[in-house]
Design a protein around this ligand. Sequence first.
Ligand code: HEM
Length: 154
Amino acid sequence: MMGFAVLLHVMAVVIWVGGMFFAYVVLRPVAAGQLEPPARLTLWAGVFGRFFPWVWACVGVVLATGLWMIFAVFGGMGGVGLYVHAMFGLGLLMMLIFFHVFFAPYGRLKRAVAAQDWQAGGKALAQIRMLVGINTLIGLLTIAVGAAGRYLVP
Ligand code: HEM
């Protein structure tokens, strides 16, 4: 069971953080360099519309498998190393940032695209860009903590 939980945990992390990395580092500069606002904002509304359901699923899987490992395998919060506490804290922060993106600027982006208000859409996209950039960095840091933490801190 532990092997299965770790596998699901890491699969969900790869899909979530890898997806953000691709969006931020690869797609963002190409879209910014090649597309005018109407096409670019419509593209991003569509990209997030497809990516965010995966992120919701990843959030659920990461949280469920992580908490299951802590409580069913390691005997609760007192039984885990410092790196697991750090991973949990950073993971919760990533989830809060995602919830904010989903319910605030992403909602505004969708409404702006529907209303063809490219000014408002550009503002919303700029907020999403900043927050996804931050979450990509926190995600990579959390992977470092989760994967290497046990060898670095006793
Ligand atoms: C938010 C709630 C989270 C909880 C409760 C949690 C909990 C755990 C636990 C208990 C382990 C197993 C540790 C061990 O075997 O010693 C683990 C492994 C791991 N977690 Fe998390 N985690 C969470 C979020 C995250 C996030 C957001 C990431 C990355 C962005 C992440 C990345 C990893 C990685 C890379 C491993 C190592 C797997 C391995 O190499 O065996 N975790 N996590």
